[in-house]
Design a protein around this ligand. Structure first.
Ligand SMILES: *Cc1c(COP(=O)(O)O)cnc(C)c1O
Length: 219
């Protein structure tokens, strides 16, 4: 299956209102261009240095989302190239992003990453700490909270992820009902190649798909 036919097939399958993001770690410029030709409008990148040449070549005809672990020393480059950071999980990181955005007087859209599995070694804020974090982010001049993101624990069977997706959706709804000022919880980013169908059933409106578009990594 070609990249373009994979994208078309997935786009046809997605219900209205669900956005497709191509998770492009380790993929070449030509592969990413193929996904865009077939209709992908959002590219997810895990590494700033890998994204830089792609953003230079392709430009902002598509949206660039950062979906990896953002190291503080990479924030200066990140704020220049990304449209949205999906993995904000601490006020320290958000304050660093805010500080660097101030230099360009540009806002950065962010999603708050939720550690829905409450796994010690995993990134993301604990679900019960999300409200407190979002209230702090809302005070930062150049940060615009746009939603939640979660990975969930790793399972072979995507059905096992369902309760984690459901809990993150419930948290998203609960936070939305607070109508916090300067906070627009528009996006709920959940689901990857093996789990996006379950994630959509549980309310995801942004799915991050790598393998299902580009084929297996480590070819
Ligand atoms: C790699 C990655 C994906 C996509 O994973 P696939 O299983 O290849 O679809 C989604 N989200 C994040 C954060 C990733 O790093």
């Amino acid at each position: 299956m070609s990249i373009e036919s994979n994208v078309r097939r997935i786009l046809k399958e997605l219900p209205p209102g669900v956005l497709l993001e191509a998770a492009a770690k380790g993929r070449s410029l030509e592969e990413v261009r193929g996904a865009i030709r077939a209709g992908v409008g959002i590219i997810g990148e895990n590494y700033v240095q890998e994204a830089e040449p792609l953003v230079s070549a392709i430009g902002h005809t598509v949206k660039w989302h950062f979906i990896g672990h953002l190291q503080k020393n990479k924030v200066p480059q990140a704020v220049r190239i990304f449209d949205l950071v999906e993995s904000v999980d601490s006020q320290e990181l958000a304050r660093t992003v805010d500080h660097h955005c101030a230099r360009y007087e540009r806002e950065m859209a962010v999603l708050v990453e939720i550690n829905s599995g409450r796994e010690k070694q995993k990134s993301g804020v604990m679900p019960e700490k999300a409200e407190e974090l979002i209230r702090i982010l809302a005070t930062l001049r150049y940060i615009k909270v746009k939603g939640l993101m979660t990975l969930g624990p790793h399972f072979e069977d995507p059905e096992l992820l369902r309760p984690y997706f459901a809990a993150t959706r419930a948290l998203w709804e609960e936070l939305r009902s607070l109508s916090l000022e300067r906070v627009e919880l528009e996006y709920l980013s959940m689901g990857m190649t093996d789990s996006y169908r379950v994630a959509i059933e549980e309310g995801a409106n942004l799915v991050r798909i790598g393998t299902g578009i580009f084929g297996p990594r480590d070819k």
